[in-house]
Design a protein. Structure first.
Length: 124
């Protein structure tokens, strides 16, 4: 079975995760045969290791990690690969695939540009 981890930064504010929950639910609707989990690098739960353990317990033998970051900062370049390496060492029977961060996807950048260019306000 395939699992997907949607990996975000995290926040002290519990309301911050609401948008990520919406993304998770949308992915689940699109991929009903795939186990989907959220994970956060810091300050929100679950953390990455917990999300991996949950997917493995459900029978995932392939876990795709989708970094929900717009830029390739230190988290994307350093933290995410380290987390995946640790998970691979703990779960040697599971294959891991790290997808490019979402800010590297043309469709995401185009959607942001379309949103920013919407003419919804009339100058005053």
């Amino acid at each position: 079975m395939k699992g997907i981890i949607l990996l975000g930064h995290g926040s002290r504010d519990p309301q911050w995760t609401a948008s990520f929950e919406q993304v998770r639910a949308a992915v689940e609707r699109r991929l009903p045969d795939c186990a989907t989990a959220l994970a956060y690098l810091e300050q929100s739960v679950p953390d990455f290791a917990t999300a991996v353990d949950q997917l493995v317990a459900l029978g995932a033998t392939l876990i795709e990690v989708v970094p929900l970051f717009l830029g390739a900062g230190g988290h994307v370049r350093n933290d995410v690969p380290q987390l995946v390496e640790r998970a691979m060492a703990r779960h040697t029977q599971v294959r891991f695939l790290t997808r490019p961060f979402i800010g590297d996807a043309r469709a995401v950048l185009d959607a942001i540009a379309d949103y920013a260019a919407m003419n919804t306000a009339t100058p005053g």
